[in-house]
Design a protein around this ligand. Structure first.
Ligand code: 3PG
Ligand code: MG
Length: 397
């Protein structure tokens, strides 16, 4: 990986430092329901503040499309952010650029922190508009990007601004890049990838990239059904993208050519209805009844996967094995996740996970803090698995 500057390379004392964080967190009725992204932004902000920087935090929230949508204000984040900073007060600016922002930023003493209003209240943000980036640049002497989870967006606050102000990666960005580098760029082999989730169609590029990078891909979730169907196996009433059968076969061929082993389920948990506690039973993969749907991989598959992981030194995990949000169809995901966590604790396996549902699936299994690294990123993690250059990362190189 090409090298990038970190906050250790910046002399921040007495300087205004703009920190691009990703504070796009789930909120219900004005209350943050998962503070992970806020908590993990704290380290950079505190490090800068303790070195005498005037710290100006900015972020997007939701998709207000250039309008001032009150429900998408960052104001409800002030409290949780202050808490994550161990009680350091956080000033709030009602706009992210212009006089309202200047007033708050100019009022900061070294060591103090302010949060700017949602960047996406201005449509120039998502357009990566140079003049808007300049307005953000006018608010600071130095720029720190700590938003790996937004790095797949080429926006003014993630991309253009890095051309205008001396730029560095924050601690969270640094941690994400280092962990991901160890998993795919420069991994200890053999490397396994677990790829689950509902649809093959959303993971084509990802699978296409992974076959040339990892030694084995373990496929679970609804997308495994499409692979099974493509091989002529009856999958009953299961979720399946039948029109993707040719594509699935092409991926299997590409994998064979690249000597990447593809691991598919050998048994399944089937039920008549997609609902919590639905009556279910385990069948061999070639004995799925016509009127039943596969909602999880079976216990033999889970044990086979664990045995496979025993041969590996590195694991990248994206996507659950079954319909983990409804019990008991979280069983295989839990069993494999707990085994991976144990292997991590024993120093036998480096485990990196991220993307969409994955973090909730690992949390449901009780292991989200027992993996080597769990990314805060959804879409950015997927694009990274797809082998794409992330504009927000490229801008720091
Ligand atoms: C995310 O939650 O994936 C990031 O915050 C990016 O948000 P976006 O998909 O709206 O750009
Ligand atoms: Mg997203």
């Amino acid at each position: 990986m090409a090298s990038f500057k970190t906050i250790d390379d910046l002399d921040v004392n007495g300087k205004r430092v703009l920190v691009r964080a990703d504070l796009n967190v789930p909120i219900r009725d004005g209350v943050v329901t998962d503070t992970t992204r806020i908590d993990r932004s704290a380290e950079t902000i505190l490090a800068l503040a303790s070195r005498g920087a005037c710290v100006v935090v900015c972020s997007h929230f939701g998709r207000p499309k250039g309008k001032r949508v009150p429900e998408m204000s960052l104001k409800p984040i002030v409290e949780p952010l202050s808490r994550a900073l161990g009680g350091v007060p956080v000033a709030f600016a009602e706009d992210c650029v212009g006089p309202a922002a200047e007033l708050v930023v100019n009022g900061l003493a070294p060591g103090e922190v302010a949060l700017l209003e949602n960047l996406r209240f201005h449509d120039e943000e998502e357009k990566n508009d140079p003049a808007f980036a300049q307005k953000l640049a006018d608010l600071c002497d130095l720029y720190v990007n700590d938003a790996f989870s937004s790095a797949h967006r080429a926006h003014a606050s993630t991309e253009y601004i890095a051309r205008l102000v001396p730029a560095a990666a924050g601690r969270l960005m640094q941690a994400e890049l280092e962990a991901l580098g160890k998993a795919l760029d420069n991994p200890q082999r053999p490397v396994a990838a677990i790829v689950g989730g509902a649809k093959v169609s959303t993971k084509l590029e990802l699978l296409g990239n992974l076959v040339s990078k990892v030694d084995m891909i373990i496929i679970g979730g609804g997308m495994a059904n499409t692979f099974l169907f493509a091989q002529g196996i009856e999958i009953g009433a299961s979720l399946c993208e039948k029109d993707m059968a040719d594509t699935a076969r092409a991926i299997l061929e590409k994998a064979a050519a690249a000597k990447c082993q593809i691991v598919l389920p050998i048994d399944a948990v089937v039920a008549s209805a997609f609902k919590e506690g639905a009556e279910n039973h385990v069948v061999a993969i070639d004995a799925v009844p016509a009127d039943k749907m596969i909602l999880d991989v079976g216990p033999q598959t889970a044990q086979a996967v664990i045995a496979k992981l025993g041969e590996c030194k590195t694991l990248v995990w994206n996507g659950p094995f079954g319909a983990f949000e409804i019990k008991p169809f979280d069983a295989a995901t839990n069993t494999v996740a707990q085994a991976a966590a144990q292997a991590t604790a024993g120093g036998r396996l480096l485990t990196v996970a991220g993307g969409g549902d994955t973090v909730s699936a690992l949390a449901n299994a009780g292991v989200e803090d027992k993996f080597s690294y769990v990314s805060t990123a959804g879409g950015a993690f997927l694009e990274w698995l797809e082998g794409k250059t992330l504009p927000g990362v490229a801008a720091l190189l």
